[in-house]
Design a protein around this ligand. Structure first.
Ligand code: ARG
Length: 457
């Protein structure tokens, strides 16, 4: 097939060069955006008197038919057509002849690819924020039901202080809320129109870029034509945001994997989200969670790929930039799949409330509260810390817990201990006693839940 630039050339590309050069295998998924952009462009050209109304009408209706034919699998894209932009233009010209050739007036593939890519990523961002909302609602649902579920909170993966499962779920809720915020912020910078910038320097036609922005739902137009065709910051931002979100999912999966182990026994994964072993009949492995954790690495790889592709590119467009799409598409596909499967998985997990509650018994998780008790009796905190430290050491040697030490013995460590110490160091009392806003106290978590209900999406 003859190339669109055949005028300047005396030889045609070899088959292997064509294959190497082509992006159609992956950019074909932008067909709808390419047609949307072209229809807006044709309308604008007609409005400005650059095309006649009939010509624009012929172009847009042919493009809409092409869209339908692509969806019905009636169009075969070719490697010689190189990319989605030229493949569609070729079919258009085959169908309506010379009028089709007029579509590329006042436009370059450089601003065309930039506009298609932004439209496509804008859509992906919207799907991702919707999926994140479903996940966030699922977490709120689990939290609502587990406001009284007491479990160990950890630092250094060592038992630290008792918290509620609701508080824990709301920690992740906050992480996913920030992810959502980041994606919405990224959308603002993605939603700027590059079309109308030509190859890099603008066009000699009196185009109307504001009209194009309006037609295509862009909030603003890119103000500098060189930057407009060279900028892939929106894609880098998307990949960064996707990486952070995958990191959050991965941390959550890591916890679920630990909690699902016999050693913890805090949860049981539903059979539908686990797999067996080909050799060990007793096994039930949390594969989905492990796979999400693994896929975080894959999305980081996508991010690093594009940062590396972009880092030494002189302005404006360079062919290297064709490599921008596979990592973004892969990251978007991966992230969407991970959020969806994670949401299903977490909503079918069984929480072993009794095991969580009894785990709080071991590990002196009430030691800080015992120290706070002595502070309330007038002893400076540092001294209380030392007294309780010695008491813990005694308990370790005696293989007992603070709440199981009789009062006379406690008084050997401090005469400020009274009978009310015991009711002050139950896990529930430790939780209830927290007063700072955002704490694990039952009241604070209730407030967090109420705020989550009201959170604007
Ligand atoms: N297939 C190209 C890409 O994805 C389209 C832009 C080509 N522009 C050019 N001057 N070669 O980046």
């Amino acid at each position: 097939m003859a190339k669109m630039w055949k005028g300047r050339f005396t030889k045609t590309a070899t088959q292997s060069a064509n294959e190497f050069n082509a992006s159609i295998t992956f950019d074909k998924r932008m067909y709808a955006q390419d047609i949307e952009g072209s229809c807006a462009h044709a309308k604008m050209l007609a409005k400005q008197g650059i095309l006649t109304a009939d010509e624009a009408e012929a172009i847009t209706s042919a493009l809409n038919e092409i869209r339908k034919d692509i969806e019905d699998g009636k169009i075969e894209f070719t490697i010689e057509g190189e990319d989605i932009h030229m493949n569609i233009e070729t079919v258009l010209t085959e169908r309506i002849g010379d009028i089709g050739k007029k579509l590329h007036t006042a436009r370059s593939r450089n601003d065309q690819v930039a506009v298609d890519f932004r439209l496509y990523m804008r859509n992906e961002i919207d799907s991702i924020t919707e999926l994140l909302e479903i996940l966030k609602r699922t977490l709120v649902g689990i939290a609502e039901k587990n406001q009284d579920t007491v479990m160990p909170g950890y630092t250094h993966l060592q038992r630290a202080q008792p918290v509620t499962l609701a508080h824990y779920m709301m920690a992740y809720f906050n992480m996913f809320s920030r992810d959502s915020e980041r994606f919405r912020d990224c959308r603002r910078r993605t939603n700027r129109l590059p079309l109308g910038s030509g190859a890099l320097a603008g066009t000699t036609y009196s185009t109307d870029r504001d009209f194009l922005a309006e037609e295509l739902g862009f909030d603003e137009i890119c103000p500098n034509s060189i930057d407009a065709v060279s900028d892939r910051d929106f894609a880098l931002e998307f990949l960064s945001d996707a990486s952070i979100c995958m990191m959050h999912l991965s941390r959550f999966c890591e916890e679920l994997i630990l909690w699902n182990s016999t050693e913890f026994g805090f949860i049981e994964m539903d059979d539908s989200f686990a797999t067996g072993s080909s050799i060990m009949p007793q096994k039930k492995n949390p594969d989905m969670a492990e796979l999400i954790r693994g896929k975080a690495g894959r999305v980081y790889g996508d991010m690093i790929a594009l940062f590396t592709i972009m880092k030494s590119l002189p302005l404006a467009y360079n062919k290297d930039m064709q490599e921008d799409k596979p990592p973004c598409f892969d990251a978007a596909d991966t992230l969407k799949a991970c959020i969806s499967i994670f949401t299903e998985m977490i909503s079918t997990v069984t929480f072993n409330r009794e095991t969580m509650r009894s785990a709080v018994k071991y590990g002196f998780m009430n030691a800080t509260d015992a120290a706070d008790y002595l502070v309330r009796k007038g002893i400076p905190f540092r001294d209380c810390h030392e007294i309780i430290g010695k008491l813990v050491l005694y308990c370790i040697n005696e293989n007992t817990a603070i709440e199981d030490v009789p009062l006379e013995k406690l008084r050997e460590f401090s005469d400020k201990f009274d009978g009310d110490i015991y009711e002050n160091i139950t896990p529930e009392a430790c939780i209830r006693a927290k007063k700072s806003s955002g704490s694990t106290s039952f009241d604070s978590v209730k407030k967090q839940l109420a705020a989550a209900e009201k959170q604007e999406v």
